[in-house]
Design a protein around this ligand. Structure first.
Ligand SMILES: Nc1ncnc2c1ncn2[C@@H]1O[C@H](COP(=O)(O)OP(=O)(O)O)[C@@H](O)[C@H]1O
Ligand SMILES: C[C@@](O)(CCOP(=O)(O)O)CC(=O)O
Length: 536
């Protein structure tokens, strides 16, 4: 299990990453302005640059190139090669889901949250097409979405208007209503004939993609297929949408050549810059899907591990404090199988705040204090996840946090049923995780609970239609497999296996996806995958 702990819980188990050593050290990252290295600059935003062959970069949009001839005179030459993003080989990007351990909803209102990435992930295969094919396709089989746009028909000029144009390095904290409206005609034909509910899901994902593509790309953008497979249950509070938007943002930024790496020797500041860049655009995608996200989900999905997150001022970057030695918590993750909408639950709290500002603010403030206390507790030298006293202290904070979420009106009878089964049988402490209204609950298991009790709980949960999840906490964030080829070990039959769209689409279920492209192979982490790792 690659150094990860595992809890036996009468069937599928949940494992948590082993903390290498305990220390309370943590640093805060706040990146305000990008300081680009040349390798990170987008060809579309760079000043013209003379190449070794004498041609001048910047010849997009049919401009003629200038060359310096032998006599040192400038001479006009025909535009032989249209400048666009250099053709990349097919590649895959991947980003994890997350659990919010403390602070959901309060985090939308500027308070702190503690969140950790999980080992369930999304994988996006990017397949550039030959130059003559001027189409962009999304194949998202998890939600049954398949759609193709003609690149030339997309509203590039609206997004490129100087009053609207956003660059890859900018911090975008609002969607522009005119740009959203410009997408409308291009979303109308998506999944025509499907049910309204299904269309909404499709439009959410498609609009997130188009908004990012049109903001970051240009009319010369290469024809391309984007194929997505995810192992994260959708709408369960585990950050499926953020993991998808992180994949889309990193793929597009990679395609316009504004991301350096990832590679092992990158200096920490450069890693942080790339991570921040991806995170900013993933947040834009999240706004398309959720309306008013806090940014915690995309932050954890981008940088991985565990963090304390706070965005007090939406016009400024968030404050992200990595929890380097996130403890090996005996957590159980249970899905109610009750669908929910993050946008709906977030709006519910917003309405409560309008109706009862002082009361709601005091609940949110209390949640903030719980998150603060939890972060302080798990960062303490003497916190020991095998010790009842440590776990009990953390568990009590979870109980308080859940109660406050109930007060905000975002729980659900099926979530409270898990809490009842767990708390009242002395098995541990439970709170909802994510938006609530359904989705998942996390349970911190009490050390030393007899196996029969755990078996009994597992049986009851199964009988009542709940599903347990096996996952690892504190995993890598966004990663890239470029080209989309896995070596899988020298003696392996599949050595050098190229992952094409058919193979990717035909991978059988979660296990099939993980077996084919998973960042973890059977024998541990797959070395072909590279990550931007924000290190201590
Ligand atoms: N595997 C996927 N493929 C395509 N779109 C997805 C996928 N997973 C999530 N999404 C998008 O994210 C939305 C779910 O977001 P949300 O309700 O916040 O759930 P979660 O709590 O899992 O993030 C979906 O409606 C869809 O637009
Ligand atoms: C409720 C909230 O705090 C978390 C939502 O998480 P999820 O979409 O249910 O995975 C919203 C947010 O932080 O944007």
């Amino acid at each position: 299990m690659n150094g990860r702990g595992r809890i036996n819980f009468g069937g599928p188990s949940i494992s948590t990453q082993k903390a290498p050593s305990r220390s309370s050290s943590s640093t805060s990252t706040q990146i305000d302005t990008p300081s680009d290295t040349e390798s990170c600059l987008s060809s579309q935003d760079m000043p013209p640059k003379i190449n070794v062959n004498g041609s001048v970069n910047g010849a997009a949009n049919g401009m003629e190139k200038l060359s310096v001839n032998g006599e040192g005179k400038k001479k006009r030459i025909p535009n032989i090669r249209k400048q666009s993003s250099a053709m990349l080989p097919p590649f895959i990007v991947s980003a994890p889901g997350k659990v919010i351990v403390f602070g959901e909803h309060a985090v939308v209102h500027g308070k702190k949250a503690v969140a950790a990435s999980i080992s369930l992930r999304s994988y996006l295969l990017v397949t550039p097409l030959s130059k003559s094919k001027r189409t962009i396709s999304l194949r998202f089989p998890d939600i049954n979405l398949s759609h193709t746009w003609d690149i030339n028909e997309l509203p590039w000029s609206t997004f490129a208007d100087p009053s609207k144009k956003k660059y890859y390095y900018e911090l975008v904290t609002d969607l522009d209503p005119e740009l959203v409206a410009a997408l409308e005609p291009h979303l109308e034909n998506v999944s025509k004939g499907a049910s309204e509910d299904m269309r909404k899901v499709h439009r959410n994902s498609a609009s997130a993609f188009l908004y990012m593509l049109l903001s970051l790309g240009n009319p010369e953008f290469p024809g391309c297929q984007y194929t997505l497979r995810s192992t994260i249950p959708i709408g369960a509070g585990l950050g499926s949408s953020a993991s998808v938007t992180v994949c889309l943002a990193s793929a597009l930024l990679k395609q316009i050549q504004t991301l350096a790496g990832p590679h092992r020797d990158m200096p920490p500041d450069e890693v942080r810059l790339q991570v921040e860049r991806i995170n900013r655009w993933a947040f834009v995608g999240e706004m398309c899907i959720h309306g008013n996200p806090s940014g915690v989900d995309n932050t954890v999905a981008t940088q991985g591990r565990a963090v304390v997150f706070q965005r007090s001022d939406y016009t400024k970057p968030s404050r992200v404090t990595p929890l380097w030695n996130f403890p090996e918590l005996p957590l159980l993750l249970v899905d109610t199988k009750q669908t929910k909408s993050t946008a709906f639950e977030v709006a519910k709290v917003g309405n409560l705040k309008k109706a009862h500002p002082a009361i709601t603010e005091s609940i949110l403030h209390a949640i903030d204090k719980v998150s603060e206390a939890a972060a302080e507790l798990i960062s303490r030298e003497d916190f020991d996840s095998d010790e009842l006293s440590s776990i009990e202290e953390l568990g009590k904070l979870m109980t308080i946090n859940h109660g406050l979420l109930v007060a905000l009106g975002v729980s659900h009878p099926r979530l409270d049923r898990i809490r009842e089964l767990v708390d009242h049988n002395g098995i541990g402490w439970t709170k909802l995780t994510g938006a609530g209204g359904g989705g998942c609950a996390i349970t911190l298991l009490k050390p030393g609970v007899p196996q029969e009790k755990l078996d009994q709980l597992a049986e009851t949960l199964e009988e009542e239609g709940y599903e347990k999840f096996q996952t690892t906490l504190g995993c890598d964030g966004v990663g890239v497999l470029m080209p989309a080829v896995l070596k899988n070990g020298i003696d392996d039959d599949h050595g050098g296996e190229e992952i094409d769209q058919d193979k990717f689409l035909n991978a059988d279920g979660i296990e099939g996806v993980e077996e084919l492209v998973g960042v973890h192979g059977e024998d541990g982490p797959r070395e072909d995958w590279k990550f931007w790792r924000v290190e201590e």
